[in-house]
Design a protein around this ligand. Structure first.
Ligand SMILES: Cc1ncc(COP(=O)(O)O)c(C=O)c1O
Ligand SMILES: N[C@@H](CCCC[NH3+])C(=O)O
Length: 472
């Protein structure tokens, strides 16, 4: 992830070890603008508010932990991306987070939606997304899933394997329909991100390899199928990427494939999807590109490559997930214990245990992802101290924020806010240790709306078949 290369390095000038990239803030109460949703600020009395809702009121009304979505921030970001990429189709990657309310916002803001499971597809449809504006992904889509996709009129099915093409042809024949398909290709790009979220190097499960020749074969096969309508190629190189070079190389390689396809068939492929993966700021160190800069860069590359091959510029699309919902979300936790841990050589680390953990945000444990945090219910004059925010689970790796300067008097009962938490946190949440998953609330103009309620122990016990039997 972003700072993995320096995670072990330490400052010697502070009482606790801090990674070299983490600088001591002049004002520990200040909210670094790029990290927080656009309607987040500190009120005069020091309490953080999001879209006019004070986090102290929020915690009182809905409890903690809670994920807070700044509706206006999300909608504005969705519009900004749609406008920056005018003329392209912008699919929101729903895996980052989806609920029927978010699906409705997307439909209202004129975005399309990418789904990667029957669950995401169902939520998008139930949320009112036009099926024609849905792209269906997955490296092992089931018959049941493809059937729903075909019968509901999903706009694009992105095929990922020969077995899937066979399955899809059989289902299309059975249902008497034709599927519009894109072929997911592997461009061989080594994206600069964590290994687990890079998806275009050769040794991973997604797509047909361009370098190995399988991509061209898959294109021919779809082109010649009476059941499939081949519309183009899909490339996705990975996630949380800052270095735009990877997108450029992917665009070059896919357009070379377009040229090869035309040479072999005399026909041009009409569409190219360049996927998602645009990085966001989780810490002050991160410097994401703006939608406008990304759009200008990608437009120019595509134009240049198409001109070089004498191709018409295809209809283009992208699939940002994190870049739209990540910065709009804030996680709110309450501190339950504070523990100074002696590390030897005069160092100590302050562990702040909060009421959530790896069950609501697995990203630090899974990708060594870095986050930031701020004391949210008040300001403090105390010296900033390097702190580690940890959860309630039975794992040493149950870390939410590995290193952050927080006021030295942060204590039991205080609220901590973790910005940039809208993507892949609640969406990847689990019930580890039989923990009910936190709610997601939308805030706007001082109003709180629950869009996903808090799970309860009763919800979890309702799944317990043994209990059902003994009580019936
Ligand atoms: C096919 C596809 N499209 C889009 C995305 C969205 O990625 P991100 O949220 O990084 O923009 C992903 C996830 O990495 C993906 O696998
Ligand atoms: N889940 C990943 C991103 C990969 C998404 C799907 N291709 C993350 O949390 O960063």
């Amino acid at each position: 992830m972003t700072h993995m290369h320096v995670a072990g390095a330490i400052h010697a000038d502070v009482a606790s070890p801090a990674p070299v990239w983490l600088t001591r803030p002049d004002d520990v109460n200040e909210l670094t603008t790029k990290l927080w949703s656009s309607n987040t600020k500190r009120e005069e009395d020091g309490v953080i508010s999001i879209a006019g809702v004070r986090v102290t009121d929020l915690a009182e009304q809905v409890g903690t932990p809670v994920y807070v979505l700044d509706e206006d921030d999300f909608r504005t970001r969705a519009r900004t991306w749609r406008e920056a990429f005018a003329g392209w189709t912008v699919y929101y990657a729903s895996k980052a987070f989806i609920s029927t309310v978010v699906a409705r916002w997307l439909a209202e803001e004129g975005l399309s939606v990418d789904v990667a499971s029957l669950g995401e597809l169902t939520v998008a449809l139930r949320g009112g997304v036009d099926p024609a504006r849905i792209a269906h992904h997955g490296n092992n889509k089931s018959d049941a899933e493809l059937r729903v996709s075909l019968t509901s009129g999903v706009g694009r099915i992105v095929v990922d394997s020969s077995d899937e093409i066979t399955r899809l042809e059989r289902l299309c024949a059975e249902l008497g329909v034709t599927a519009k398909v894109m072929v997911r290709v592997t461009t061989g790009v080594e994206a600069h991100t964590h290994e687990y979220i890079a998806t275009a190097h050769e040794d991973q499960k997604f797509g047909f390899s361009i370098g190995g020749g399988q991509a061209l074969v898959a294109l021919f096969r779809c082109q010649n199928s009476p059941h499939l309508d081949l519309v183009g190629v899909h490339s996705h190189i990975g996630s949380q990427i800052f270095d735009t070079n990877g997108f450029e190389v992917a665009a070059r390689r896919t357009l070379k494939l377009f040229a090869q396809f035309r040479e072999a068939t005399g026909q041009e492929l009409p569409e190219l999807d360049l996927g998602g993966g645009f990085g966001i700021a989780y810490t002050k160190e991160d410097t994401p590109s703006s939608a406008a800069d990304l759009a200008a860069g990608l437009r120019e590359i595509v134009r240049h490559e198409c001109a070089g091959y004498g191709l018409n510029v295809p209809r283009l699309s992208i699939e940002p997930g994190r870049a739209l919902i990540g910065p709009a979300g804030t996680a709110l936790y309450r501190v339950g214990t504070v523990k100074p841990v002696e590390l030897g050589s005069g160092f100590s680390r302050r562990y702040l245990s909060v009421d959530g953990g790896m069950s609501d945000n697995i990203r630090p444990a899974l990708y060594a992802a870095e986050y930031s945090a701020a004391l949210a219910n008040r300001v403090s004059d105390a010296e900033p101290v390097i702190s580690r925010v940890v959860g309630v689970h039975c794992e040493g790796g149950d870390i939410l924020v590995r290193n952050e300067f927080l006021p030295g008097d942060t204590g039991v009962g205080d609220l901590l806010a973790v910005p940039a938490s809208g993507a892949y946190s609640r969406a990847m949440a689990s019930n580890y240790n039989h923990t009910p998953r936190p709610p997601v609330v939308a805030v706007n103009h001082g109003r709180i709306t629950t869009i996903l309620r808090r799970e309860t122990l009763d919800d979890l016990l309702a799944l317990d078949a043994g209990l059902e039997k003994s009580e019936s």
